[in-house]
Design a protein around this ligand. Sequence first.
Ligand code: FAD
Length: 421
Amino acid sequence: MNKNYDVIVVGAGPAGLMSAISAGEQGARVALLEKNKKPGRKLLMTGGGRCNVTNNRPVADLITHIPGNGRFLYSTFAQWDNQDIMAFFATQRIPLKEEDHGRMFPVTDRSKTILQGLTTAAEKAGVTFLLQTAATKLITDGEGRISGVRTDQGDFQAPAVILTTGGITYPGTGSTGDGYKFAKALGHTVTPLFATEAPLVSEENFIKSGALQGLALQEAALSVMGKNGKPIVTHKMDLLFTHFGLSGPAALRCAYFVNKLLRERPDQPVTLVLDGQPDATAQEVATQIKRMLASKKTVKNALNGLLPERLLQLYLDTLQIADLPAVQMTEVQVQQLAALIKQFPIRVTRTIGLEKAFVTAGGVNLKEVSPKTLESKLCPGLFFAGEVLDINGYTGGFNITSALCTGHVAGQHAAQTVGYW
Ligand SMILES: Cc1cc2nc3c(=O)[nH]c(=O)nc-3n(C[C@H](O)[C@H](O)[C@H](O)COP(=O)(O)OP(=O)(O)OC[C@H]3O[C@@H](n4cnc5c(N)ncnc54)[C@H](O)[C@@H]3O)c2cc1C
């Protein structure tokens, strides 16, 4: 077996596959190591099995949708961006379609199509797949330059190595955080790892009682409140109440900020605020309530349709006014109800853990990585791409975008390092 290559890529997720394609297309002799029997195990699970492969927004918007160090990617996106991802799949004859919020999926609605596109392109670029080959260590020469990879199948030599081992969520897919250990062993620091894009857990009575379980709100505004009582971030997206707390895109997008606050003060729950009518002011909501109250019914019946029934019931129960005759509702009670509709507090104690979160926050410290080439500043010849880096995006295609784009750029520069351009 040939054990000498120009570029070795460690980990065959989207970042590794694209790194290998890009280095191979530059003419480099590339080996792609993967410990699983097949590449792209996590990729197959993405987007509910449909793979939300990228997002059709301007680059500036991509960056704002990557709250974990998105700005580091300016240089990457200047070289290869989401439009290049779409062009790449078009060249592979894999048509993509756009859904809400700019999300791009394969027309087939199958992640397998995306994985096939990547593996076919890698084969065309002459990449050697070394499957069921687990890297155990990165090897350097006497001067601290990368020289190869130690695996359970022996040592492989190359003057350039790209580390694309992913994060540590869903470890059953193979993403078990090996890359962090390898990077640390070469002097890199790894910023604290925690779950993001994960459902939120709440001990509120209305959650524990299941009063709202299964209720889905469209375009509700959910805010994470900071220490000073002001919102740190607000997401106006769909929200789902579950038996343990909150899920759906609005909740997932808040998870990063919830965990950041919990890291600072672990014993204190984080308060989120739900705005059930984000397009109206509190005064407009109060006016609407008053208009509906002009009836002989109870408050509950008079306000039917103002909000989803179970949410309305919860608010009316909180104020103990559900069975009050509508005409008896006072101005203060109207204002109190309007305030609840606009600012309903929900305390969250934690997010679902790393094993079931979509994305890992934290990773290889970006201060130690060149933003232009994605090469280590500490170990020449070592490159990074994908989730192993301290970068995390929202759900919506931003994480695979980051993986594919950093993969492409790292692959290109790794090949250039060894003289193929
Ligand atoms: C359920 C779920 C759904 C998701 N849906 C979406 C979505 O629709 N859109 C989106 O943008 N993002 C989505 N994400 C996030 C996205 O999947 C990841 O951000 C992305 O896969 C990261 O790519 P990567 O190549 O960096 O790492 P990974 O995809 O994690 O790949 C890393 C690879 O490295 C291999 N590896 C690890 N250690 C070693 C070793 N020592 N030796 C050899 N090989 C090794 C692993 O086996 C694995 O195959 C989802 C995540 C989950 C968990």
